[in-house]
Design a binder for this molecule. Structure first.
Ligand code: ATP
Ligand code: MG
Length: 557
């Protein structure tokens, strides 16, 4: 009973429990974590989980977090990615203690490799990658020793130096750890530590033509930085044995690796490699396309840092992989924007109303609230005129029983303005309603209503005279299947062809002044963020999310 209460009170995740135990046992005075992206793409929502976890731990416990670029693969990496990653982490609300690069450790890593050779724990192999693969065995069959495994230490030292000096072409030699070709763990069967790659590196230029493999850089970088708790995703569990072996043999700082489950979001892909394909093949308009699950895409879409942190918090850390419903991410941004965004009226699919008993030239000032959830945001003025737009779906010529919006002979309130009644229709040759003629009820103005009339529906509207046209980009899921990764064939075949829909709406004039990134609730329509493509003449808005979850409802039908 008591223990349960305690747990509830603290509600630590399993990694926090490990850290707390380590601190209590006096193993560390402070902890050091790191976020280790490979700068080969933009960060996505999965990375956000890792960022919140690593930086969150050192907010909760004494210590700090490093940002380490795991830049050991010269061909896929770029400084553009480095800059975007830094920008995204800061935007998420976190700051690192040190900005570090695995490539800064290339000299040290080279020395470590020499040390292993000197201990007869590494050798240069002339086998091709196919030959190495063939000799590797299978999970049920032991591998076979390479014919180059028993080279002398001197020979290995000389060959490794030649590798470094550029005497050999790509793929002709590797440096391998000498462990055990019959090891149960395939990764321990003489793993490759270095490969030759005559390639320009975004930081070290042409200094190196040999590059360390992930397994011979990651743990060593952790150790060099005195990382206490090195957190990675579950697929690295089999690597932990090698991580520990290398640290033990080299007798360097004993960092420890802990694994947590990768986070996947449904209806999208969270793999930089796949996201890069979408960008390169032009399926989206760049890494920050608002449909992308990248942090930069979410930001442009109108997501707030708080909503992404809340999402990561709610999904927490787990040991088992699972698919997270994008609905939860949408819920988090709705909650946040409901509190913070100003309300504005925008008609997305206009139908013209003519208020026949309203003076032709009058623009009457109406007052309405900016955000009922935050009265400190005050009120704003909007102008009411003889001709206004309402949403086409807010009028029905033959209304159903529960339709409380506008219909012939029916009354509704116009938000912040008058009660009106629909009197007659104007139709075009196709029978489509082009105008509705209405009358407004005198003395029914919002806040000064003395009529005692009760209406059930309140509609948003925009003055036809003062409204400004705005481009509105409506987004839907990027993929039409839930678990993209589990589908056969090319993942791009499952893209939703209807993921972007562009329309022109009519907005309150103040929206022409919206600054890129600014978020608004378009009354009754959802949350929208101003896009940097917009200008004062032609503002552009991205729909962040609808007010309610329409997708789930459509699924129920
Ligand atoms: P990707 O396949 O998208 O390239 P990655 O793991 O190769 O992913 P890195 O740049 O190496 O990307 O990742 C940096 C950190 O973020 C690592 O610690 C990694 O474990 C973590 N990470 C990456 N993707 C996810 C995810 N989907 N969920 C949780 N953590 C993730
Ligand atoms: Mg990676």
């Amino acid at each position: 009973m008591i223990t349960e209460e305690k747990k509830e009170e603290k509600s630590l995740n399993f990694i926090e429990e490990i850290i707390e135990a380590d601190l209590q046992a006096g193993k560390y005075k402070e902890i050091v974590t790191r976020f280790p992206p490979e700068p080969n793409g933009y960060l996505h929502i999965g990375h956000a989980s890792s960022i919140c976890l690593n930086f969150g731990l050192t907010k909760k416990f004494p210590g700090y977090t490093n940002l380490r670029f795991d830049d050991t693969n010269p061909t896929t990496e770029d400084t553009e990615y480095v800059e975007s990653i830094k920008n995204d982490i800061r935007w998420m609300g976190f700051e690192w203690q040190n900005e570090l690069y695995a490539s800064d450790y290339f000299d040290t890593l080279y020395d470590y490799a020499v040390r292993l050779i000197q201990m007869n724990l590494a050798y240069v192999d002339d086998s091709t990658s196919e030959e190495i693969a063939t000799l590797k065995g299978t999970p049920t069959e032991p591998g076979k020793d390479s014919p180059f495994r028993d080279r002398t230490i001197e020979e290995n030292l000389a060959l490794f130096e030649q590798m470094k000096n550029g005497d050999f072409p790509d793929g002709s030699h590797t440096l391998r750890a000498k462990i055990d070709m019959a090891h149960q763990n395939m990764l321990m069967r003489d793993p490759i530590l270095y490969r030759i790659k005559h390639a320009h590196h975004h930081r070290t230029g042409n200094k190196w033509c040999i590059y360390p493999m992930y397994d011979f850089a990651h743990g060593q970088s952790d150790s060099i930085e005195n990382i206490t708790h090195s957190l990675c995703t579950m697929e690295f569990i089999p690597h932990r044995e090698l991580y520990d072996w290398l640290i033990a043999k080299l007798e360097i700082y004993p960092s420890h690796q802990y694994e947590f489950a990768r986070r996947n979001l449904n209806y999208t892909v969270t793999s930089k490699r796949k996201l890069l394909q979408l960008v390169q093949d032009g399926h989206v308009n760049g890494w920050d396309d608002p449909r992308m699950p990248t942090i930069s895409g979410l930001r442009r879409r109108g997501y707030t840092p708080a909503s992404i942190r809340e999402f990561c918090d709610r999904i927490g850390v787990a040991r088992r992989e699972n698919m997270i419903d994008v609905g939860l991410l949408e819920f988090c941004v709705r909650e946040d924007l409901n509190k913070t965004s100003l309300r504005r009226m925008v008609v997305l699919d206009p139908l013209k109303l003519v208020i026949t008993n309203f003076p032709e030239d009058l623009s009457e000032t109406c007052i309405t609230e900016n955000n009922p959830e935050d009265i400190a945001t005050g009120m704003r003025e909007i102008l009411f005129t003889k001709e206004i737009f309402i949403e086409r779906e807010d009028f029905m010529e033959v209304p159903s029983k529960k339709y409380f919006r506008l219909a012939p002979g029916k009354m509704v309130r116009l938000k912040g303005a008058y009660i009106i009644q629909a009197d007659s229709l104007v139709k075009d040759e196709n029978g489509e309603v082009t105008e509705v003629h209405c009358t407004y009820v005198e003395n029914s103005k919002s806040g000064q209503d003395t009529t005692g009339i009760n209406v059930k529906g309140t509609l948003h509207w925009v003055s036809a005279k003062h409204g400004v046209p705005v481009e509105v980009r409506l987004y839907d899921r990027l993929f039409s299947v839930e678990n993209v990764g589990s589908e056969e064939g090319d993942f791009k075949d499952y893209m939703n062809p209807e993921s972007l829909h562009i329309i022109t709406g009519y907005a309150e004039p103040s929206l022409a002044e919206a600054k890129p990134g600014e978020s608004f609730q378009f009354l009754r329509k959802g949350y929208f963020a101003a896009d940097p493509d917009g200008t004062t003449e032609k503002p552009v808005f991205n729909r962040t999310v609808t007010l309610r979850d329409n997708w789930a409802k459509a699924g129920e039908k």
